[in-house]
Design a protein around this ligand. Structure first.
Ligand SMILES: [Zn+2]
Ligand SMILES: [Zn+2]
Length: 340
């Protein structure tokens, strides 16, 4: 049944949800998505783009599944759409959300994830608060708490109406924000440990963190948004999979003064290659690719000037199964499943 539910269109899923609601309850779509085999970390790039509203690369968001948990890192534009393509509920399918920093392209999918998540249906049906982690900027309320407070206020008409009209539980409409100081473990549940570490996204873009996720002997490190960062190299030491941001532009665009501050906040392919050559992960992969007038192939060849190890240019829905080796899978949109 699990596999068949994943391929059903939404109209049929509504039927299944309604018919099962009378009997054993609403189907847990998240449970229908195969969870990783024991000991593996499965990483899915839900969005690999930047602020540009393109249909081919959605905003930054990475799903990490391990120990029976599904953790979301950043919630860029379109995150709920990508989750739904995978048959994962934006509500009960996500156990926690972690933000790297507060630039809009990393956060703008959050209202959608939060509100779609508390609606009834296989795409939602969260029965507890959305749990949100974010780095503290030292103010009160800080970071994630400010977002939680603001969203709750901005959309209070929706929660009020749905609670009264659709009997959505109040607890499901709440956001539980947890701010943290970086360079420490910020989450430790079901054998999955998440460590947040400071990265360098420019003097005015603070706080900004990357994350390392450890599960058993496996680990994955996410750079967040950063220039070349020694602290990232330190925290990524010994990691299996290193997912790194990259920014590159054509020589013509590089002459535009408006793009200089943007370029100064990110890593070039050469700088990322220098990081990879120090960390030596089993696999390096790019996500959050901001490519202005250059191709993904071009950034890979520029990376190889500094790093000869394995490196992949991420695509939306690309999946990495981190076990004894790392298996890379691509989403086949025609078949609506992963190709082998
Ligand atoms: Zn940023
Ligand atoms: Zn960004």
């Amino acid at each position: 049944m699990a596999g068949s539910i994943r391929k059903m269109p939404w109209s049929l899923l509504v039927g299944v949800a309604i018919s099962l609601a009378i009997g054993p309850g609403i189907p847990n779509i998240a449970a229908s998505e195969e969870h990783p085999v024991s000991g593996e970390i499965v990483v899915t790039l839900l969005g690999t783009g930047g602020p540009e509203p393109t249909a081919t690369r959605f905003g930054p968001a990475t799903l990490i599944q391990a120990g029976g948990l599904s953790l979301l890192f950043d919630a860029g534009r379109g995150v709920t759409v990508r989750l739904y393509q995978l048959g994962i509920s934006s509500g009960k399918g996500i156990d926690a959300v972690f933000l790297t920093h507060y630039h809009s392209d990393h956060v703008e999918g959050l209202p959608d994830l939060w509100m779609t998540g508390y609606m009834f249906g296989p795409f939602g049906s969260r029965s507890r608060p959305l749990r949100l982690w974010g780095p503290s900027d030292g103010k009160e309320p800080s970071g994630a708490a400010r977002i939680a407070k603001g969203l709750t206020e901005a959309f209070s008409d929706d929660t009020r109406i749905r609670e009264a009209d659709e009997h959505i539980a109040t607890i499901a409409t709440q956001i539980e924000a947890r701010d943290f100081q970086p360079d420490r473990v910020v989450f430790d549940e079901s054998g999955v440990k998440v460590t947040a570490f400071t990265v360098d996204h420019g003097d005015l873009v603070k706080p900004s963190v990357g994350y390392r996720i450890d599960y058993g002997s496996r680990s994955v490190t996410l750079s967040g948004d950063t220039k070349f960062s020694e602290n990232l190299i330190k925290f990524a030491s010994g990691t299996d999979l290193l997912i790194h941001e990259v920014f590159a532009m054509s020589p013509q665009l590089a002459t535009l003064p408006q793009l200089k501050p943007v370029a100064d906040h990110h890593s070039s392919p050469e700088q990322a290659g220098a990081v990879f050559s120090r960390v030596k992960p089993k696999l390096a992969a790019y996500s959050h690719l901001v490519l202005l007038g250059v191709s993904a192939d071009e950034i890979l060849s520029r990376t190889r000037g500094a790093y000869q190890g394995p490196v992949a240019a991420g695509e939306d829905l690309m999946r990495f199964e981190v076990g004894n080796s790392i298996v890379v899978k691509r989403w086949n949109q025609d078949l609506r499943r992963y190709s082998d």
